[in-house]
Design a protein around this ligand. Structure first.
Ligand SMILES: Cc1ncc(COP(=O)(O)O)c(C=O)c1O
Length: 381
């Protein structure tokens, strides 16, 4: 391995996860969420793999993310749902990207974008997340304005959608409340004479647990990457999912130290007995979580060994104990677990965060390598 570390992305596992999610929501179209560079997995390759697996839609946050998909050759349906009112929307609309409107101001921006093609708009409703979208009087105003614009032939209302705040807690009453609020918004839109073909509300967790919100499309992100949406839903294996990313590196230095050796900044780890320390060339500068200091583990020569002391910017020390090891031996920080290595969820738990953050923040000097059948061209559309 010439790079300090590599993230191997298994596209076969990704496609299998999409198939599993299709099984969970067989009547809905599938929107593969590939924002934030496909949660750190590489949006172009993942987008192409999603199309191969039959995903009808790709979902991204920003217009720039949509542009990158189009530049890579994707011709299928794409929704970009985070477009600020002052964004230059015309290039995306003319590239056939659907855009979201979560306020009257945003709808006005779409209408005034000067696109050559009729914009396809998804109306964003705030059903309880209190993040983006409209509720109350503003909702009524947006629905009425969108209906007017459609009647005048100025836009096509292609969808209406919302996002769940507590889907990873399936028993939360917030889910019921949001589901009902969404149904009411859809009904109100119908009262203005508009019934868009795509009503969508479910994320991964709701795709797996709440068939009543599958509607016309499900937006699947984290589960497609083989990571559980949350501990309450179970492990990836329990959910029938395979983790897609393996983060691996190699021992850069191995040495024996006596008992009482303080390790890394602050000496928060002190060896209790004679032991072997192994150094790996990856740190928080590459997106590894510093909060996992002294808490996470990695797999070295078939043995799970702990992170010793603080995660540094470029390096981490592992306490190998008496495990036989030498410079160059493989270290797996997380992966599918098939060899006994930790999962991304284990690093998340060690750092009191979520699996989403573990994979999405990786960057820096880590080289990404796609394995499995890699599509050379996108097949969407
Ligand atoms: C609007 C929207 N829909 C769907 C998703 C996908 O969610 P998940 O990764 O939990 O499947 C996200 C991601 O946060 C999102 O912001």
């Amino acid at each position: 391995m010439s790079a300090p570390a590599e993230a191997v992305v298994d596209l076969d596992a990704y496609r299998a996860n999409l198939a599993r999610l299709r099984e969970a929501a067989p009547t809905a179209a599938q929107m593969a969420v590939v924002k934030a560079d496909a949660y750190g997995h590489g949006a172009v390759e993942i987008g192409a793999a999603a199309r191969q697996a039959g995903a009808e839609w790709l979902g991204v946050a920003t217009l720039e993310e949509a542009r990158l998909l189009r530049t890579a050759g994707d011709k299928g349906a794409v929704l970009a749902w985070l477009n600020p009112a002052d964004a230059d929307l015309a290039p995306a609309i003319d590239a056939g990207v659907d855009v979201a409107a979560g306020s009257v101001e945003q709808l006005d921006a779409v209408l005034g974008a000067g696109a050559a093609t009729r914009p396809r708009v998804h109306l964003k409703v705030d059903t309880g997340m209190a993040r983006g979208g409209v509720r109350g009087a503003e909702l009524s105003a947006l629905l009425a304005a969108a209906a007017d614009a459609q009647r005048a032939g100025r836009i096509e209302v292609a969808g209406i959608f919302s996002h769940l705040a507590c889907a990873d807690e399936p028993a939360s009453p917030v889910n019921d409340a949001q589901e009902h609020a969404f149904a009411a918004a859809v009904e109100e839109l119908a009262s203005f004479g508009v019934e868009p073909p795509l009503r969508h509300l479910a994320n991964s967790a709701a795709t797996l647990t709440r068939p009543s919100v599958h509607l016309d499309a499900v937006r699947v992100g984290i589960a497609s990457y083989g990571i559980s949406p949350g501990p309450a839903l179970g492990t990836p294996a329990e959910l029938g999912l395979t983790p897609v990313m393996t983060l691996r590196t190699a021992l850069a230095l191995v040495r024996r130290v006596p008992p009482g050796t303080g390790v890394s900044y602050g000496h928060t780890y002190v060896t209790k007995r004679e032991t072997t320390l192994g150094l790996i060339p990856i740190g928080y500068g590459d997106g590894l979580l510093r909060a996992a200091s002294n808490r996470a583990s990695a797999l070295v020569n078939g043995v799970l060994v702990p992170v010793a002391g603080r995660v540094c910017m470029d390096q981490v020390v592992l306490d190998l104990g008496d495990t036989p090891a030498k410079r160059g031996d493989e270290v797996v920080l997380f992966g599918p677990g098939s060899r006994g290595e930790p999962l991304a969820e284990d690093w998340a738990e060690a750092a009191s965060t979520i699996g989403y953050e573990v994979v999405t923040r990786l960057g820096g000097r880590i080289v990404r390598r796609h394995a499995g059948t890699v599509a050379t061209t996108s097949t969407g559309g």
